[in-house]
Design a binder for this molecule. Structure first.
Ligand code: HEC
Ligand code: HEC
Ligand code: HEC
Ligand code: HEC
Ligand code: HEC
Ligand code: HEC
Ligand code: HEC
Ligand code: HEC
Length: 252
């Protein structure tokens, strides 16, 4: 060891002494000077839990509003804004639920509010309803045209083709041109308002197509429909595994 040290340059030895000195002082501070309480992690956590719990509760939560605003609560539940909490827009409202006459929540009427979520932004998911707030019906509050509790474009599309244009255009030049969409799909009115949450039915069985294409088919439109032997034609597969229902073609 001595030999090793004597080989070292003096400057390095001095540096080594300084470092060891610092380490000793550091250990002394941590072990002796800092009080035990300050080093006890469990105690610290318990303290901060207490501090947090002592803070006043500001948000009442979504369901609290239903007690007194039942109609709005029910209305919002089925609309496009069903996943938004009341307090997302009206701010923390716990105090209001305790004294509704004195404390009123904020009402975000200014045009800058809704674009926080609806201003065009390419990073938003495809299909999310977006507008350009500068060009989209300027000068009027958003809620003059859209009900914030049940928003939709002011006119609901009447035709399936408004949203399913490609299918409608395909069917229009196919053998199924005479068939209404609703012959094969039961579409509740609500589907046109909340298409993602309320879905129409789709045919499930071979027998469905058999209503017109079976040998003894009785449907009003069955008269002109070519017939197949339901027991054997296409075997066990459902018909639309071979025939595209919106444009069934049979090559001659
Ligand atoms: C205990 C009953 C009660 C509860 C719970 C309650 N409210 Fe109210 N709220 C009222 C009453 C009463 C009014 C006043 C109605 C009026 O002025 O005509 C009101 C008015 C409002 C207003 C309009 C304020 C204004 O300036 O006109 C908003 C917004 C509102 N409440 C939001 C909420 C939200 C959000 C919740 C849930 C966190 C909620 N309320 C829970 C009773 C309640
Ligand atoms: C997307 C934001 C948004 C959400 C979510 C929302 N509100 Fe509102 N709320 C508004 C706006 C904007 C107005 C003002 C409407 C206007 O200008 O007429 C309003 C108005 C109100 C009013 C005043 C009376 C009225 O009918 O206009 C009450 C009460 C109210 N909201 C309660 C609620 C409750 C309860 C919920 C949850 C069930 C809720 N709001 C969810 C934005 C929202
Ligand atoms: C916290 C984000 C948020 C805020 C704030 C918000 N919205 Fe929405 N909005 C949504 C979501 C989420 C949907 C549903 C989108 C979907 O179903 O794909 C929606 C849907 C809509 C739709 C339906 C569009 C369509 O395709 O039919 C309209 C209209 C709308 N909001 C208007 C408003 C108005 C007006 C306000 C202000 C009062 C507002 N929004 C504030 C998140 C928000
Ligand atoms: C003068 C009436 C009017 C006002 C004010 C208005 N809108 Fe609209 N909004 C419409 C109409 C009409 C449509 C449907 C046709 C269209 O897309 O332009 C629509 C469509 C929308 C859509 C659906 C877009 C889509 O691609 O599905 C959203 C979201 C929307 N508006 C949000 C807003 C917001 C946010 C504001 C306030 C900054 C606002 N609107 C103000 C009339 C209005
Ligand atoms: C406002 C636009 C709109 C209108 C109007 C509309 N649809 Fe849809 N429809 C949609 C959207 C969006 C989807 C896709 C939902 C998804 O992928 O989650 C859909 C899905 C469907 C599906 C597939 C359901 C599934 O489970 O895969 C069928 C069937 C359908 N629509 C039939 C119809 C028929 C029939 C009409 C007319 C009576 C109609 N739609 C009107 C928007 C619309
Ligand atoms: C002859 C019956 C028939 C008619 C008429 C019909 N469909 Fe369909 N549709 C089906 C079948 C069968 C499926 C496929 C079911 C499956 O794949 O599970 C389907 C699927 C769909 C789907 C789901 C997406 C897809 O392309 O597979 C949509 C959306 C749809 N149809 C919309 C429409 C609309 C809109 C019309 C009217 C323009 C229409 N359908 C007319 C039988 C029909
Ligand atoms: C495995 C594939 C397959 C399945 C599954 C299938 N088909 Fe076909 N279908 C064909 C082929 C290939 C033809 C043309 C040759 C022929 O007439 O057999 C055809 C022809 C037809 C024709 C025209 C017959 C004519 O005389 O012009 C109708 C109608 C038809 N199918 C209806 C159905 C119906 C309804 C179902 C369900 C019960 C069904 N198909 C299931 C393959 C299939
Ligand atoms: C309401 C009655 C009706 C129903 C239900 C129906 N079709 Fe048809 N289909 C017709 C009529 C009518 C024609 C012939 C139209 C024409 O050629 O003028 C036809 C023609 C066809 C053809 C022959 C196309 C060709 O090239 O000759 C096929 C394949 C077919 N349908 C398949 C189906 C399948 C698959 C289903 C079930 C998803 C179905 N159809 C349900 C009425 C119906």
């Amino acid at each position: 060891m001595k030999k090793f040290l004597s080989k070292m340059p003096d400057a390095l030895v001095r540096l080594l002494i300084v470092f060891i000195g610092l380490a000793v002082i550091g250990a002394f501070v941590v072990i002796v000077l800092i009080p035990k309480d300050l080093k006890d992690v469990k105690l610290q956590w318990a303290e901060s839990t207490k501090t947090e719990q002592a803070k006043p509760v500001k948000y009442a939560g979504f369901h609290a509003c239903a007690d007194c605003h039942e109609k709005l609560y029910e209305k919002k539940k089925t609309g496009y804004h069903k996943d938004l909490s009341c307090e997302t827009c009206h701010g923390p409202a716990k105090a209001h639920t305790e004294d509704p006459e004195k404390v009123k929540p904020v009402i975000p009427k200014e045009r800058t509010f809704c674009p926080l979520c609806h201003a065009y932004n390419p990073s938003r998911p495809r299909g999310f309803p977006q507008i350009n707030p500068v060009a989209h019906n300027p000068l009027k509050a958003c809620s003059t045209c859209h009900n914030p509790h049940d928003p939709k474009p002011p006119t609901t599309p009447k035709e399936c083709s408004a949203c399913h244009g490609e299918i409608a255009r395909t069917k229009a030049v196919s053998h199924h041109v005479q068939l209404e969409c609703t012959t094969c799909h039961q579409a509740p009115q609500q589907h046109k308002i909340s298409p993602r949450s309320v879905k129409p039915t789709k045919p499930q069985t071979r027998e469905f197509c058999g209503k017109c294409h079976g040998k003894n088919a009785k449907d009003r439109l069955a008269k002109n429909a070519p017939k197949v032997d339901m027991a054997n034609h296409g075997e066990k597969y459902v018909c639309w595994q071979c025939h595209y229902p919106h444009s069934p073609e049979v090559e001659e």
